[in-house]
Design a protein around this ligand. Structure first.
Ligand code: ZN
Length: 483
């Protein structure tokens, strides 16, 4: 499989430290509020990546953190503590907030058919590990104590920037926008590993450490959690593109300085979900959550389909109209699938495997999900029996996760119920179109055949053909489509 690697800025053949095994790490949510659907786009695409790796034959160990210890909106002791802000807003303790929004996050994931990672570790559970890493970094000379806090010394690194070629001045703005200078730092890129002197007097969660009572910096949890559960060699690290700097840059700095060898070979970043006026965020405009989609009558799986229609490295623009278009395309796909009978014949395994080839080719090319979705239509058009087509479709959907078998079966049952209510004979359009005129003709044709008036039956079939309507007789009914 070829996958774009943000660390090398190119598409690369994906390789692993241990053959056929992937150690994968995903930055998890900060649980102070509901996730918005832009955050969830990253988790959907990471889920597709994980499932495809398994489909391709890898054994995957996927680890994710839950950021439940107070984290600041900026890299230093500045900005607002998100967890505390959430607790104040809702008159709850920080841990109550963390539990509530962790549960809400996984409820959203279930609705979007996102698999829970093999290991999910709340940041507060591994404080001793972070302290050990910070102690080691101090002993190795990669960190220093200033003003009561422990800082990572980026000046000790031969190379700090990995993902971008930042200009110093741009960086100064990016890091410092709206916040005051932390005079304890030797260099503006240095970042806090452990806080004991915080401006937040009421920081709720604190632990004893060799440097006094305090709490870990923003980045150390991901290094600590990954090294504990993924080991010293990480194959694949994922996250939203806004994590690349400074979060992932700092994770690399501290992890490789601690380990003394390269840490993670492959970095995968999912692009933003934008609204028409820029990047989606919790603070501006309508706060788009999975619950809001449901309230408005959208199936969360249709949102997943919407995300799949776009490549993960391209910014995706969310508008209700764009979502409606995806819903219509998804419905049309389900309508066509519902007319493929899974009990038609026996599965031809070799043919089913061959039918998935275009899907594999798309996914092997940097997880090209738009083409992978197109490959589903290729299966529909192929010459094979229904059972074989469904075997291929279900294999592909084990990765795409858009519940095709379940939803097509529900559609088929509903069609049989409504279309065949009177006489047990169903008429269904493969593309989901409704036409009383065509349906009426097809029922008259069925009646004619029943009374052995084949001339009339053929006349109706020819008349429909004139209209560009192709029909296929099935047991108990007929399906049609415009050609
Ligand atoms: Zn992280």
């Amino acid at each position: 499989m070829y996958l774009y690697n943000s660390a090398t800025h190119k598409k690369e053949l994906f390789t692993t430290h241990t053959p056929d095994h992937v150690e994968m790490y995903t930055c998890g949510p900060t649980v102070y509020h509901f996730a918005h659907i832009g955050n969830l786009r990253s988790y959907i695409m990471e889920d597709v990546l994980e499932k495809y790796l398994r489909f391709a034959g890898y054994d995957v160990n996927r680890v994710m953190n839950i950021t439940d210890v107070g984290h600041l909106t900026s890299d230093a002791d500045e900005g607002e503590d998100k967890m505390l802000k959430g607790a104040r807003r809702e008159h709850k303790t920080v841990m109550e907030i963390a539990q509530y929004y962790t549960d809400a996050f996984f409820a959203d994931c279930r609705k979007l058919n996102i698999k829970t990672p093999d290991v999910v570790q709340p940041a507060t559970g591994l404080i001793d590990d972070y302290i050990h890493i910070v102690e080691t970094l101090l002993n190795k000379g990669f960190a220093y104590v200033a003003g009561g806090n422990v800082y990572f010394d980026t000046g000790k690194l031969p190379r700090y920037y990995v993902f971008n070629d930042h200009k110093e001045e741009d960086l100064a703005v990016g890091v410092r926008e709206g916040v005051e200078e932390d005079t304890n730092k030797r260099s503006k890129n240095d970042f806090v590993l452990w806080f004991t002197k915080s401006k937040f007097e009421d920081q709720a969660l604190k632990w004893d450490s060799p440097w006094g009572v305090g709490y870990p910096g923003w980045h150390i949890e991901c290094s600590g959690i990954s090294m504990k559960y993924n080991g010293e060699y990480l194959d694949l690290h994922c996250g939203g593109v806004d994590n690349a700097f400074p979060h992932h840059t700092n994770e690399i700095a501290q992890s490789e300085s601690y380990l003394g060898h390269p840490w993670c070979t492959h970095w995968c970043h999912v692009a933003h979900l934008n609204t028409t006026d820029g990047k989606m965020s919790k603070s501006k405009g309508e706060f788009l959550t999975v619950s809001l989609l449901e309230e408005k009558g959208y199936d969360p799986i249709a949102y997943r389909f919407f995300c799949l229609q776009s490549h993960y490295r391209k910014n995706l623009v969310f508008t209700w109209e764009n979502l409606d278009n995806a819903v219509a395309a998804y419905d049309k796909l389900l309508a066509r699938l519902s007319s493929v009978d899974p009990e038609d014949g026996a599965v031809d395994e070799a043919a089913a495997a061959a039918l998935t080839e275009p899907f594999r080719a798309a996914m092997d090319n940097d997880l090209n999900t738009p083409n992978a979705v197109t490959a589903l239509y290729g299966v529909l058009k192929a010459t094979a029996n229904g059972a074989t087509k469904w075997a291929a479709i279900e294999a592909m959907d084990s990765v795409l996760g858009i519940k095709l078998a379940e939803k097509a079966a529900a559609k088929r049952a509903k069609q049989a119920e409504t279309a065949g209510a009177a006489d047990g004979f169903f008429v269904v359009c493969e593309d989901g179109e409704k036409s009383a005129q065509i349906e009426d003709l097809l029922r008259r044709r069925a009646e004619a055949k029943k009374s052995r008036d084949f001339a009339e039956a053929d006349r109706i079939r020819d008349a429909l053909k004139e209209q560009g309507v192709e029909i296929t007789d099935m047991s108990g009914g007929v399906k049609w489509r415009r050609v």
